[in-house]
Design a protein around this ligand. Structure first.
Ligand code: ZN
Ligand code: ZN
Length: 323
C-alpha cells in the first residue's frame, strides 16, 4: 500500500493548523446535553459499583472480565476500529474485519463509520479548532464530555461521513448498522442478553436450579459485561485525554500528543500516542525497544495465521526497504 487514507486526507487539507491553535477550540459552544448518552453512561457506572459487593464476586466473573477486556478492549477497538478501519495499517479477510467490527459494536463505542470519521478528523485537526476531543477545551471534554454534548451531532453531517468515512460506508453491513435506531444500544443489549443466556445455561447445568446458579450468572454479567464495558470505555477515552496531556514526545508533531506508559499499559500499546501521531499509517507504535506494543504483536500473529496481510511497518523500516 503506497499511502494511507489518512495521509491522502492530510495532503488535501490546507495547512492552517498553527494559526488555529492560537484560538480556543469551538467545540462545546452548544451546551445541550444528549440525555440518552448520559443516562446510559451513568447507569452502567452505578451498576459497576456492585463489583464491590462480595455477593457478586466470583473468579469466573473475573475471568469473564479479563477475557472481555482482551476481546473488546484490545482486538475490537484498538486493532479493529483503530488500526484496521481508521488507518488501514493492515488488510484482512472481510469476514474477519466484520467480526472485529461486531465485537467493537458490543463495546458501545459508536458505529464503525462514526468512530472512524471522528478519529480521522482528530488526526487531521489534532488539538485545533475542529478536533472533536482536544483537551484544550477541558480534560473532561476530551475524556467523555465531547460524547454527550449535542454540539458534536451538528458535525455528524453527510459531508463529514463523505469526507472521513466513505470507504467504511461502502460496506453494506456497516451501512445497515448506521441505519439502526440507536445502533450501539441494539448491539450492547443483544450481546448482554447472549452473555446472560450462556452464563445461566452453564450455571444451571453445573449447580442445578440453585441460588448459586443465580449468583454466578449475575457475577458473569456484572463483571463480564457491565464492568468490562465501563473499563473499556475509560481506557479508550484515556488515549484522547491522558495521552494528549501527560507524557513525553519523541516527535514534534505540532499537536499535544504524548507517549504515556500508563495508558499504554492499560490499552496494550495505544498510549504511545505521540509515536502514533508521527506515523499514523504504521501498524506498530513501538519506536523504541521498550515502548512495547502488544496490539502490534497480535497483528503480526494474525499475519502468521493468515488473517492479516499488507501489514504497514514503521516509517523508518519503510524507508529502509525503499533504498
Ligand atoms: Zn491523538
Ligand atoms: Zn489514530
Amino acid at each position: 500500500m503506497s499511502a494511507s487514507v489518512l495521509e491522502l486526507e492530510k495532503a488535501d487539507e490546507p495547512t492552517t493548523g498553527r494559526d488555529l491553535k492560537s484560538q480556543p477550540p469551538k467545540a462545546g459552544t452548544d451546551r445541550r446535553i444528549r440525555w440518552d448518552y448520559v443516562v446510559f453512561f451513568v447507569s452502567l457506572h452505578i451498576v459497576t459499583l456492585l463489583v464491590f459487593v462480595p455477593y457478586f464476586f466470583t473468579w469466573i466473573g473475573v475471568a469473564a472480565f479479563i477475557a472481555g477486556v482482551i476481546v473488546f478492549g484490545q482486538l475490537a477497538i484498538p486493532i479493529g476500529y483503530h488500526r484496521l478501519l481508521a488507518h488501514k495499517s493492515f488488510r484482512c479477510p472481510k469476514w474477519f474485519e466484520r467480526t472485529l467490527v461486531t465485537f467493537a459494536m458490543c463495546a458501545a463505542q459508536e458505529t464503525p463509520a462514526q468512530w472512524v470519521a471522528w478519529h480521522r478528523r482528530h488526526h487531521v485537526h489534532s488539538d485545533e479548532q475542529d478536533d472533536p476531543h482536544t483537551p484544550r477545551v477541558t480534560f473532561l471534554w476530551a475524556h467523555v464530555n465531547w460524547l454527550v454534548y449535542e454540539s458534536r451531532s451538528r458535525l455528524q453531517t453527510f459531508s463529514m461521513f463523505e469526507k472521513f468515512a466513505r470507504d467504511v460506508l461502502s460496506d453494506p453491513y456497516y451501512r445497515w448498522i448506521e441505519k439502526l435506531p440507536s445502533p450501539a444500544g441494539v448491539f450492547f443489549f443483544a450481546h448482554a442478553a447472549i452473555y446472560t443466556a450462556i452464563a445461566a445455561l452453564i450455571a444451571v447445568a453445573w449447580y442445578g436450579f440453585d441460588a448459586e446458579a443465580l449468583r454466578v450468572t449475575s457475577s458473569v454479567v456484572l463483571w463480564g459485561v457491565v464492568a468490562r464495558t465501563v473499563w473499556v470505555w475509560h481506557i479508550t477515552w484515556s488515549v484522547n485525554s491522558l495521552s494528549h496531556v501527560f507524557g513525553y514526545q519523541n516527535y514534534d508533531t505540532g499537536d499535544d500528543s504524548r507517549n504515556n506508559w500508563f495508558v499504554s499499559l492499560l490499552t496494550a500499546g495505544e498510549g504511545w500516542h505521540n509515536n502514533h501521531h508521527a506515523d499514523p499509517s504504521s501498524a506498530s507504535v513501538q519506536h523504541r525497544w521498550w515502548e512495547l506494543d502488544p496490539n502490534y504483536y497480535v497483528i503480526r500473529l494474525f499475519g502468521v495465521l493468515g488473517l492479516a496481510t499488507d501489514i504497514i511497518r514503521p516509517r523508518d523500516q519503510r524507508k529502509r526497504n525503499k533504498t
